[in-house]
Ligand binder design. Structure first.
Ligand SMILES: C[S@@+](CC[C@H](N)C(=O)[O-])C[C@H]1O[C@@H](n2cnc3c(N)ncnc32)[C@H](O)[C@@H]1O
Length: 322
C-alpha cells in the first residue's frame, strides 16, 4: 500500500501497492482473524509488497514488533520503502509510534529451526499469504506466466536452484510426468512430459506453453475454461520453490512459535496448499493445540473479486493457540 491509500470505515486500508498493481487479498479478514494486539509480536511469513504487513504494523505501536520473511529480495526492498513512507505519514502513525520491523530474506521454513525469533513467551500471531505476488507474476523476466514471453525461471529466490529451465530440460520423462501430476494435478501429465522431452531444448515460457498446448488439447468444456499450460506451470513453480515442503515446515513449527491465545492465519490459492493447511489445523485441534476459528475457509466477496481477480481462488483458514 502506498502513501495515497485511504482507510475504509472499518479502519483497514484498501492495501493496493499501486505502482506494482499488487492488491493484498482478504486484507480485512486476515487482520480481523489475527486480532492484532498493540505491543505484540507478529510474524508475516510472506511480506511480499508489504500490504498485510503494513496493516499489522499500523496497529502495533512502538512497543510492537513485526518479523517479516520473503524469499524474494526485490519484494523486501519494495516493502521496506512502503514501511519507510508510511511510518512518516502525518495523522496515521508518527515515527514515534512505529513498531520495530525486522525483514529477513529467506524461507519461512527457517522458522522451524535457526530463524526462530527470540521472544519471552512466543509470538502473538503468524500470517502466511502464500504463492506469488503480482510483482513476480507480472514480470516476464521472472518466468512465472505463460502469457508473456520470458526465460523459464520461476524462482522466488534468485539464489536458489533449480530453475524451471533446468527441470524442463534435465529431468527424465518419468520424473517430469510425476511432478506435473503431483504438483499440477494434471491428468495429461504423461502426454505433456513426452512432448516436452521431444521438444528440448525449451528455453522460454512461450515455447513451453506452445509445446503443452499442442500436446494437451482440451478434451471437454471444463478443460477449455483454463489454458492447457496452467497446471504444468503451477507444478513447475511449486517444485522449483519447494512450496509444499516449506508450508509443511511452517505449519509444524507454528504451535511452538505461538503463545497461548496467539493466532495462525493462512491464505492459500490452490487445493494442494489448502488441503495441507486444513489437515494441519484439524490435527492441531485434535491434539488440543488449536481452537479452529474457521470451520470452512473464508473466501473473497464478489466485490473483492471484481476489484482483484487474484482473490477468486483465495481461501483463508485461521486457528487460535490454546
Ligand atoms: C502473495 S505474496 C504476499 C503478498 C503480501 N501479503 C502483500 O500484501 O503484499 C507471497 C509472497 O510470499 C513469498 N513467499 C512464498 N513462499 C515463501 C516462503 N516459503 N518463504 C518466504 N517467502 C515466501 C513470495 O516471494 C511472495 O513475495
Amino acid at each position: 500500500m502506498g502513501e495515497g491509500s485511504t482507510d475504509t470505515p472499518q479502519g483497514v486500508g484498501h492495501g493496493k501497492t499501486e505502482e506494482f498493481g499488487h492488491v493484498p487479498v482478504l486484507l480485512k479478514e486476515a487482520i480481523d482473524f489475527l486480532a492484532v494486539q498493540r505491543g505484540g509480536t507478529y510474524i508475516d511469513a510472506t511480506v511480499g509488497l508489504g500490504g498485510h504487513s503494513l496493516e499489522i504494523a499500523k496497529r502495533l505501536g512502538a512497543a510492537g514488533r513485526l518479523i517479516g520473511f520473503d524469499k524474494d529480495p526485490k519484494a523486501l526492498e519494495i516493502a521496506k520503502g512502503v514501511f519507510g513512507r508510511s511510518s512518516s505519514v502525518v495523522g496515521q502513525n508518527t515515527k514515534a509510534d512505529w513498531p520495530t520491523i525486522e525483514l529477513r530474506h529467506g524461507s519461512f521454513a527457517e522458522l522451524a529451526n535457526d530463524q526462530r525469533p527470540k521472544t519471552n513467551d512466543g509470538v502473538d500471531g503468524i500470517l502466511a499469504d502464500l504463492g506469488v505476488s503480482s510483482l513476480q507474476f507480472g514480470d516476464p523476466a521472472r518466468g512465472f506466466s505463460f502469457q508473456a514471453e520470458g526465460p523459464l525461471d520461476m524462482r522466488m529466490n534468485p539464489m536458489s536452484e533449480p530453475t524451471a529451465e533446468q527441470v524442463v530440460n534435465q529431468f527424465d520423462e518419468r520424473e517430469l510426468a510425476d511432478l506435473i501430476y503431483e504438483f499440477g494435478e494434471e491428468r495429461r501429465s504423461r502426454r505433456i512430459a513426452r512432448a516436452i522431452v521431444r521438444s528440448r531444448p525449451i528455453l522460454t515460457t512461450a515455447q513451453l506453453a506452445a509445446v503443452i498446448s499442442t500436446a494437451a488439447r482440451p478434451m471437454n468444456q471444463a478443460e477449455r475454461r483454463i489454458h492447457p499450460a496452467t497446471r504444468t506451470f503451477q507444478a513447475l513453480r511449486i517444485f522449483v520453490n519447494r512450496e509444499l515442503d516449506d508450508l509443511r515446515k511452517l505449519l509444524q513449527a507454528a504451535p511452538q512459535l505461538l503463545k497461548t491465545g496467539g493466532r495462525l492465519v493462512v491464505i492459500s490459492f490452490h487445493s494442494l496448499e489448502d488441503r495441507i493447511v486444513k489437515d494441519a489445523m484439524r490435527e492441531g485441534a485434535t491434539l488440543g493445540l488449536y481452537k479452529l476459528l474457521t470451520k470452512k475457509p473464508v473466501t473473497a466477496s464478489e466485490v473483492e473479486i471484481d476489484r482483484n481477480p487474484r482473490a477468486r481462488s483465495a481461501k483463508l483458514r485461521a486457528a487460535g493457540r490454546v
